[in-house]
Design a protein. Structure first.
Length: 281
């Protein structure tokens, strides 16, 4: 089964048309999509109370994919907190969703400098050991993992470690991109992330602030032809994995939600969603 959602629920203004919906964004979001990717956890491990709240605001069948923090995924080259402690804090943090059965996977978005090397392979093995009871989706950004020399060995390693190969559609650059590799390495679940194809905005330019970069790096709206092509690939992935979770991350100009809804139509998917309020006006 293919489940389609978007990254986060806070910035998709088209979904929230009334003051009440804007106050209860997650519960409103769950009336539109069956799953969400939690992005806020990348910037900091969230308190348990947040996950308890998110669990309470979503129906029993709703599913989350939750990013690990940037410290855990190596973006901070010298984390201030020991990794062992970070993993423990993360496990405690997400436990409410794990207990309720709503945590479908954790997502490890690796930094562009995380290339094929023994220390990095050792880190991935540590990741598997520390999160042994979780489904783990690994997203590479360094192209060396899928170079001609390492592609097959990378996929074999992911399968051996029970990692999910995060399948990405993203702008293609030499420094900070991987190709679209629609290979399932965990038969239970596949994760697909759609970042858009804005090549000129994908890399941070000198003098650009992080906020300015966030506004352009995923500034892209998938065309009807591109969505039809993605649908073909997703059907093939769906034959190999029990569940496929697809997230649109192209929301710099609010394009993620409409693109996601159109892809749901193309694939003729129907979900059991949270009840939506009926507007009287």
């Amino acid at each position: 089964m293919i489940y389609i959602g978007v990254t986060g629920w806070g910035d998709h203004d088209l979904l929230y048309t009334t003051p009440e919906e804007r106050k209860q964004k997650l519960s409103t979001y769950a009336g539109h999509f069956p799953t969400v990717e939690v992005d806020s956890t990348f910037y900091a491990i969230q308190p348990v109370k947040n996950f308890e709240k998110w669990d309470a605001e979503t129906p029993d069948h709703f599913q989350f994919v939750v990013k690990v923090s940037r410290e855990m995924s190596g973006h901070d080259r010298e984390p201030k907190t020991p990794l062992v402690e970070l993993f423990e804090r993360y496990r405690v943090s997400v436990d409410p969703l794990k207990k309720s059965g709503k945590l479908r996977a954790v997502l490890v978005q690796l930094p562009p400098w995380f290339d094929v090397s023994k220390p990095h392979l050792d880190y991935l093995r540590t990741l598997r050991a520390e999160l042994s009871d979780y489904e783990i989706a690994v997203e590479f950004r360094n192209p060396s993992w899928f170079s001609e020399a390492f592609r097959d060995r990378t996929l074999q390693f992911l399968a051996e470690q029970r990692f999910i190969n995060t399948i990405c559609d993203e702008p293609q650059t030499k420094e900070s991109s991987i190709p679209f590799v629609p290979v399932v390495t965990n038969p239970d679940v596949a994760v697909v992330r759609l970042h858009g194809r804005n090549t000129s905005g994908w890399l941070k330019k000198p003098g650009m602030t992080s906020q300015e970069w966030r506004h352009v790096r995923c500034l892209y709206r998938y065309s009807e032809e591109e969505l039809q092509e993605l649908a073909v690939s997703l059907r093939e992935i769906d034959r190999e994995a029990k569940d496929v979770y697809v997230y649109f991350n192209n929301n710099s100009a609010g394009d993620a939600a409409p693109n996601a809804k159109r892809l749901i139509e193309i694939l003729e998917l129907e979900y059991e969603l949270a009840p939506r309020q009926i507007s009287l006006f």
